[in-house]
Design a protein around this ligand. Sequence first.
Ligand code: ZN
Length: 473
Amino acid sequence: MLLKYKYKLKPHKTQGVIISNWLSMARQQYNYRLAQRLNWFEATRTPVNACPLNVSVVPVERIYQNIPEFRIQTRDGRKKDSNGNSITRKGDKHPNIINGYVAWETVQLANLAQTKKLFGEYKSMHSQVLQDVIQRVQTTMDNYTLPDQNGKTSGRPKFKGRHYYNSFSYPQLSNTHIVKNANGRFCVNLPKIGLVPFVYNRPIPEGFKVKTGTVIREVDGCYISFTIEDKAVPREVVEIQPTEENSKGIDLGLLHYAVTSDGEFIEVPKFFRHSEHRLSQLQARLANRQKHSKPWNILKRKIAKLHQLIARQRLDWQFKLAYHLFSDCQVIFLEDLQIASLVRRCKAKLGDNGQFLPNGQSSKSGLNKSLQDAAFGQFVQILEYVAWKLGKRIIKVDPKGTSQYCWECLNKVSKSLSERWHSCPKCGQELDRDYNSALLIQKIGLLSTQEEDITSVKTAVRAYLAEESRALP
Ligand SMILES: [Zn+2]
């Protein structure tokens, strides 16, 4: 099990200066390496399958003569076969060339020596931190060029401005890096920075090992986020057989944040509205100031702090809600929402002469904002984490049709978004539409765990109709 634990750093003044210098150097390096990749990518772009897109198409010996064809393997387990046995051993020669091409990552990593020669300040930076920058460029380019399982790639990577590059990572930290200094204060021993005091407000759980550490700059100071791992903790979820008594269905929505099948309506708390109001006040004042003037900077900082406050309030509230929802049940059924496709711009509508016609985007923009405010994606993640922690279970259900069918008799009752009441002409059910959805989600979830051919509302309706026609004659 991999977890992330975040602590507030309390660096001394000189350490703070080093951190901000490193961030600026890492950012410059990132932008330079990204430009290298993008320039090459745009110049040598080839149709799909003509060549592997993440390596150079130019013959190696022509441009990368200074890179040795083999480099000595210094670390164990770099290359493994399908059984997980190491192919290369310590001291073995390790080829830099794959299918006749040099991988970009290798080229740029080898080129770091040149960077240190040309720009002496990079010698003060820890080498693994610098290598991690190259790793980040590689990840960004992979996301851009290699399609994921749905065949989608991310957009063109952006260069990072001063306020958009806020972290650097140590890829190899361990528990021994957390020590006490002479005054008995907890410190993290960051190589080349020194003993940085930090607020050790919760201990790293027994059995977990620190793997990596990332220093993050936020508006109110620096933080360190440790990745910790315990291989002994199983990743699989517990198999609890859901029944009507130990489970509940949950419908997420904007009018009520969540409605459970027990009939509990959870509202969005008032302090969100309060902060939102304060934010719009500050932003109106910011618009009247001269850009980059002293009062403008002060206001800008206030706004950033308020954004941070809102994000923290939301996170805290969502955690409390998740624990509350699990307090009286073992299994929770949830709609399998595709958040990214909910928050999307409407398709442009074109007239006969190619002019833009109204397409309902302005009203959708308001909805998109509310959807992003609600942060359902984050909430689902938190629910999954809490379920794992408590040894309980989350089951996702196909959301199609959950608002259009009656939970009791599976009769179709069509409603538009503005109709808030569900009344079924067939069986006479009268209840709130979200409550109906929550009950239906629980019903479908229970059916899907009991019978194999039911996975969604539609299949449930079909099975129900087939049964009914069998019962008639
Ligand atoms: Zn009904």
